[in-house]
Design a protein around this ligand. Structure first.
Ligand SMILES: [Zn+2]
Ligand SMILES: [Zn+2]
Length: 132
């Protein structure tokens, strides 16, 4: 069971699934939505994920994307795409223990900030991962 929470603790979530698509995303939308140079995410089946405490705020961040965050402290929690209705992406650093789900690659590396230097040896994809 994966469990996590926002910074203020009002929102708690759990997912009864193995994470997939663990990545560090360098896209400009993740960056802007978090105020951080990159955001780590992983994917679980939408059916396996639920909030166990609190109610998120949600907004459309792109034509197909909807993001949720804590209305009190602003922690970004999930990303959902209308093109992938069976999946939900969860922000890795909202995990109770982010060490459990390290990124396995970098996505949208073409828009990586010049002052973010990667030295972890992981694959870096210019855009989304080729296998989606
Ligand atoms: Zn919060
Ligand atoms: Zn992104």
């Amino acid at each position: 069971m994966l469990t996590g929470h926002c910074q203020c603790g009002q929102l708690r979530w759990e997912a009864d699934a193995l994470p997939t698509h663990e990545t560090a995303c360098h896209c400009s939308v993740c960056r802007r939505c978090s105020g951080a140079p990159l955001v780590a995410w992983f994917t679980v089946p939408r059916a396996s994920f639920r909030f166990t405490q609190g109610t998120t705020s949600r907004f459309r961040s792109s034509e197909h994307g909807t993001r949720s965050f804590c209305p009190t402290c602003g922690t970004q929690l999930t990303f959902e795409s209308s093109r992938l209705p069976e999946e939900i992406d969860v922000s890795t650093c909202s995990l109770d223990d982010p060490e459990r789900v390290p990124p396995r690659d970098h996505t949208f590396a073409a828009t990586r900030l010049s002052w973010v230097q990667l030295a972890d040896g992981l694959p870096a994809y210019a855009g989304a991962r080729a296998d989606g």
